[in-house]
Design a protein around this ligand. Structure first.
Ligand code: HEM
Length: 154
């Protein structure tokens, strides 16, 4: 369980880092607004369904580990604080991937392609850029919380 949890997190957050640090800044510098909108939309449409699978695997393996070891009791202690942080951040991701992404983000990207207006595309990119940095930051916080918890640093 531990190995699956860790490998899934590596692939998931690694992919998110690549999109946030490499892909989005590169696309922002492209001149053709429609070309960058289409490229970003196809990357995001491919990544989002896979990220949902990573989120489920991370959650299932995490909760099974908590259940098997009885660590759920730790949620109420200071030692369990990193576990609580990891769980809450996972929940933010769950709501994002299964609620907000299909309802808001996907629609926003589709509208951006249809409108093709440069101003709107730039505004959506600025918002997407900010959103990805926030998600990457909280994911790294969850990873640090996991390491602190797994290695008993608290
Ligand atoms: C955004 C979601 C999550 C991320 C990025 C994440 C990340 C991590 C990381 C990096 C570790 C450290 C492994 C190590 O150092 O060996 C870890 C361990 C752990 N995670 Fe998560 N995790 C997430 C969600 C969850 C959830 C939802 C649970 C269940 C409530 C959970 C339960 C655990 C447990 C119990 C460990 C300790 C394993 C051990 O000590 O063997 N995680 N996690």
């Amino acid at each position: 369980m531990h190995i699956i949890h860790l490998l899934t997190v590596i692939i998931w957050i690694g992919g998110l880092s690549f999109i946030t640090i490499i892909v989005i800044p590169m696309l922002i510098r492209w001149d053709d607004p429609l070309q960058k909108a289409i490229t970003f939309q196809s990357i995001e449409h491919r990544f989002a369904p896979i990220a949902r699978i990573y989120n489920i695997i991370t959650g299932v393996t995490g909760f099974v580990m908590v259940y098997l070891t009885g660590w759920y009791k730790l949620y109420h202690t200071a030692k369990g604080l990193p576990l609580l942080i990891m769980t809450l951040i996972w929940l933010v991701w769950f709501v994002m991937l299964f609620g907000l992404e299909p309802l808001i983000v996907k629609k926003m990207l589709d509208r951006m392609i249809k409108s093709g207006v440069k101003m709107e595309i730039e505004a959506v990119f600025a918002r997407m850029n900010r959103m990805h940095w926030v998600l990457l930051t909280i994911s790294l916080v969850a990873s640090v919380a996991g390491i602190v918890f797994a290695h008993g640093y608290l």
